[in-house]
Design a protein around this ligand. Structure first.
Ligand SMILES: *Cc1c(COP(=O)(O)O)cnc(C)c1O
Length: 379
């Protein structure tokens, strides 16, 4: 008999579904049976629950996180030719949202912790008075130093749109209290892509804001720019959340905080198991939260380690192999290799290892053992 082949995926949706299946099917059936399948009761319910959870006045459900970025930026007044700062080390749509509106992404390098370097942002804002907005990304679930960033932006009248697609539930310390990411800027966005910490079983996203004006504009932009059917005030989009996705999110939402705790616990297990000088583990800041959407380690021998783990049945991923300033589609921005050395180095060294709330300690032990084995064999 062959030995059992261990398989530990990077991410696993099926374990969670087994637990939630009965409730899920009931809720989805109710949603379809109601006869209203787009923007009905479930959408209203998830908007209200998330607004309360994040601590903002308005939550507006939209089709996906990428659209949420576009609708939020547009509602904040970003238009053709406007210069918007963001990080080159993020998912593609953070930057494409700017160009979809005809704006110009101004990339600023990240720090060693993967998040935008707020000190460099300050320098840029001071020297370039044409900057309209900044999109900080709480990458992998780790909050950006929003206290610092907000103080600079407030001082220079620069708007903030938080990309919290990976950081639902993560907190930052601002103005003497802990507040949730996506509640700190002029607006924030969430993605409910299936693999995100709160994921639907299809595409869905949300815009969060305390501004009545921004909220009202996002609400009309998601339905072709109209308050009233067939009366169009501006040219909008079709970007709505459907009832099936909203029903799924309503079922899952009750478990979110528990899942986040499990991720944080799993991350601390990894850091202990891997400890010492194997690979560089993510650090957790004292005054901010990291909700570990991904657990990303660093090593100069990333490609070899990845291959080794793949052969041992362990799923990994590279977030992100090509920083955005080097993407072909952004070549018109005229950036070149060497412009953002930290982002470029991280893109060569980072490796995400299996992370999801249901991962077991035994699985983590196996992953850590294989990483150590690799490091010892090859050193
Ligand atoms: C997932 C993600 C998005 C986009 O969300 P979609 O729902 O997939 O469109 C935007 N920004 C970041 C940082 C993301 O991780």
């Amino acid at each position: 008999m062959e030995a059992d082949i261990v398989k530990i995926p990077l991410f696993d949706l099926t374990r969670q579904y087994k637990e939630l299946r009965n409730e899920m099917i009931k809720k989805i059936d109710e949603a379809i049976s109601s006869g209203v399948v787009i923007m009905g009761q479930n959408v209203e319910e998830i908007e209200e629950r998330i607004a309360n959870y994040i601590g903002v006045k308005h939550a507006i459900a939209v089709g996906n996180g990428s659209d949420a970025l576009v609708l939020a930026l547009q509602s904040m007044g970003i238009e053709k030719g406007d210069r918007v700062i963001t990080t080159p080390y993020t998912f593609f749509s953070t930057a494409s949202a700017i160009t979809r509106l005809g704006g110009i992404p101004i990339f600023i390098d990240v720090g060693e912790d993967f998040n935008i370097d707020v000190g460099l942002v300050e320098k840029k804002i001071k020297s370039d008075k044409s900057i309209k907005a900044v999109i900080p990304v709480h990458l992998f679930g780790k909050s950006v130093d929003m206290e610092y960033l907000k103080s600079i932006c407030d001082k220079y009248g620069v708007k903030i749109l938080e990309d919290a697609a990976q950081s639902i539930g993560s907190e930052a310390f601002v103005g003497g209290k802990r507040v949730k990411t996506a509640s700190i800027g002029d607006a924030g966005i969430l993605s409910f892509f299936p693999t995100k910490n709160l994921g639907a079983y299809g595409d869905a996203g949300m815009v969060l804001t305390n501004s009545d004006e921004i909220a009202d504009r996002v609400r009309i932009l998601r339905v072709h720019g109209s308050h009233q059917k067939y009366v169009h005030e501006e040219i909008g989009y079709n970007s709505r959340m459907d009832e099936i996705q909203a029903a799924i999110l309503n079922v899952k939402f009750s478990h979110l905080d528990m899942w986040i705790d499990k991720r944080i616990n799993a991350a601390s297990n990894y850091s202990k198991l891997l400890g010492g000088d194997t690979v560089l583990c993510p650090a957790v800041p004292k005054d901010r939260t990291h909700v570990f959407h991904q657990y990303v380690v660093r090593t100069e021998r990333r490609e070899e380690l990845r291959e080794y783990l793949t052969n041992e049945g362990i799923g990994t991923a590279i977030y992100y192999p090509i920083p955005l300033h080097l993407q072909k589609c952004f070549s018109f921005l005229n950036y070149k290799p060497g412009d953002f050395p930290v982002a470029e180095k991280l893109s060569k060294e980072s490796l995400a290892i299996p992370m999801f709330p249901e991962i077991t300690f035994e699985e983590q032990e196996y992953v850590a053992k294989k990483i150590k084995e690799f490091m010892e064999e090859r050193s």
